[in-house]
Design a protein around this ligand. Structure first.
Ligand SMILES: [Cu+2]
Length: 443
């Protein structure tokens, strides 16, 4: 059974009921195995974490035991750019914690960083002494120490976790993660695909081996689950499936309006809980403020490769696209070559904007990434950063990336045929057609 397949009690009973009845020992063993499998004793669909991981737990006397290890991680944002970040269990961001409302959970946190840290469970209802604010609720976890957090999950929804000690440095270096809690009693229509995405922003100077957590505004890597496009994994969905996407934002400074093409969706939950169905409204863009989660749902009834991205245009650019002089309309000649002798990372904006940069696949300094440059089916996709693709297909044999969508003939925007132009009376060489308010025209 695929780890991504929905797991239900009915399916488990259906496959093993006869064998179970045969032996008391088998029953005991299988029960433990069932309880150890996330989702096994409940009708929920385990979350999928594109580019990420989930943290396994051990079941000890009915308690779900997790072990987070805070440590330095060599993290790759996309092929060509890496940095030394801080995360958990070898991952940036930390692995997703997944449990069920009513579960007793015990979370050990081992600190392998050179600095003290804490664990705050954001949006999770708990005893005050488990809230993890360094100095306020507990002593900081010193390097080498292991702390224990324990609580009973009183709610369901999408929470987060992060360091609450020297937050600017530690969250800025990547110490964040999602905490998904499924309802004990299923509510609402069951989803077939349940994705978990964490947004973040970073400043990695060209040539630097670490992000700069002191940055306040000039972020140059905007990430989904720690990756910039073209490093982001697609969200793969079969046509007709009900899809849930949970989006958390622990960026330092920016809220991210995440826009999904081709669909209208409903915002069903915040980190404060589920929104009653009567209060949900349709959207095409969901604003995910700093320190919040938003959950959206829709039925994937339209096949295709649908862009999903932050709508802040500077958040869909990568490192080498920021802070370059505007040379639109100017012929730079050999300027880049001349200046780069003195400033190796120097680059001017293209004469016609930035798109040429991706098209040229221009050389960039070591450990840096061009502004844009993901290859698409037809040409370079002139976006980077907080950009990914929802891939909806009529048929799928698995959830591996199915490649590019083959749009049916006649449904792709392309050069207008002469016959169509003449039929519709369109003359591309004529002056641009007058609009109703002549005042807005130049000249
Ligand atoms: Cu953004």
């Amino acid at each position: 059974m695929s780890s991504e397949a929905p797991v239900t009690r009915r399916r488990l009973l259906g496959s093993g009921a006869a064998t179970l009845a045969a032996s008391a020992l088998a029953t005991t063993v299988t029960r433990a195995a069932v309880a150890d499998t996330p989702g096994a004793e409940h009708d929920y669909t385990p979350v999928v974490v594109p580019n990420g991981a989930k943290l396994p737990f051990k079941l000890v006397a009915g308690v779900k035991v997790f072990h987070l290890v805070a440590e330095e991680v060599e993290h790759e944002y996309a092929p060509g750019i890496k940095a030394r970040c801080w995360g958990y269990n070898g991952h940036v961001h930390g692995p997703v914690l997944e449990a069920v409302e009513g579960d007793r959970v015990r979370i050990y946190v081992t600190n392998r960083l050179p600095a003290a840290t804490t664990l705050h469970l954001h949006g999770i209802l708990l005893d005050n002494g488990m809230d993890g604010v360094g100095g306020l609720n507990q002593n900081p976890i010193k390097p080498g120490e292991t702390f224990k957090y324990e609580l009973t999950l009183r709610q369901h929804g999408t929470g987060m976790y992060h360091s609450h000690h020297d937050e600017m440095t530690q969250m800025g270096l990547g110490m964040t993660g999602l905490f998904v809690i499924h309802p004990r009693t299923p509510r609402g229509p069951k989803v077939d695909r349940d994705f978990a995405l964490m947004l973040h922003e970073w400043r990695v100077n060209v040539g630097a081996s670490r992000p700069d957590p002191n940055e306040m505004s000039e972020f140059n890597l905007l990430t989904i689950n720690g990756k910039v496009f073209p490093g982001t994994d697609a969200l793969v969905v079969k046509k007709g499936q009900r899809v849930r996407i949970r989006i958390g934002n622990l960026s330092a400074m920016d809220h991210h309006p995440i826009h999904l093409h081709g669909y209208r969706f409903h915002i069903t939950e915040t980190d404060g809980g589920a929104i009653p169905e009567s209060a949900q409204w349709p959207e095409t863009t969901v604003l995910v403020p700093v320190g919040s989660t938003r959950t959206i749902e829709f039925v994937a009834d339209e096949p295709g490769d649908w862009a999903m991205h932050c709508h802040m245009t500077h958040h869909v650019m990568n490192q080498m696209g920021h802070g370059v002089p505007n040379l639109i309309g100017i012929k730079p000649g050999q300027l880049d070559a001349k200046v780069s002798r003195i400033l190796p990372s120097y680059m001017t904006m293209g004469e016609n904007g930035m798109a040429d940069m991706g098209a040229m696949q221009m050389p960039v300094p070591k450990n840096s990434i061009p502004m844009v440059g993901g290859r698409g089916k037809y040409d370079v996709i002139t976006m980077g950063g907080m950009f990914t693709i929802l891939k909806v297909r009529e048929s799928l044999s698995g959830y591996a990336d199915p490649g590019w969508y083959d749009a049916p003939a006649g449904t792709i925007a392309d050069l207008a045929p002469h016959t169509d132009l003449s039929r519709d009376g369109i003359d591309p060489s004529a002056p641009s057609p007058a609009v109703s308010d002549a005042k807005i025209r130049f000249g």
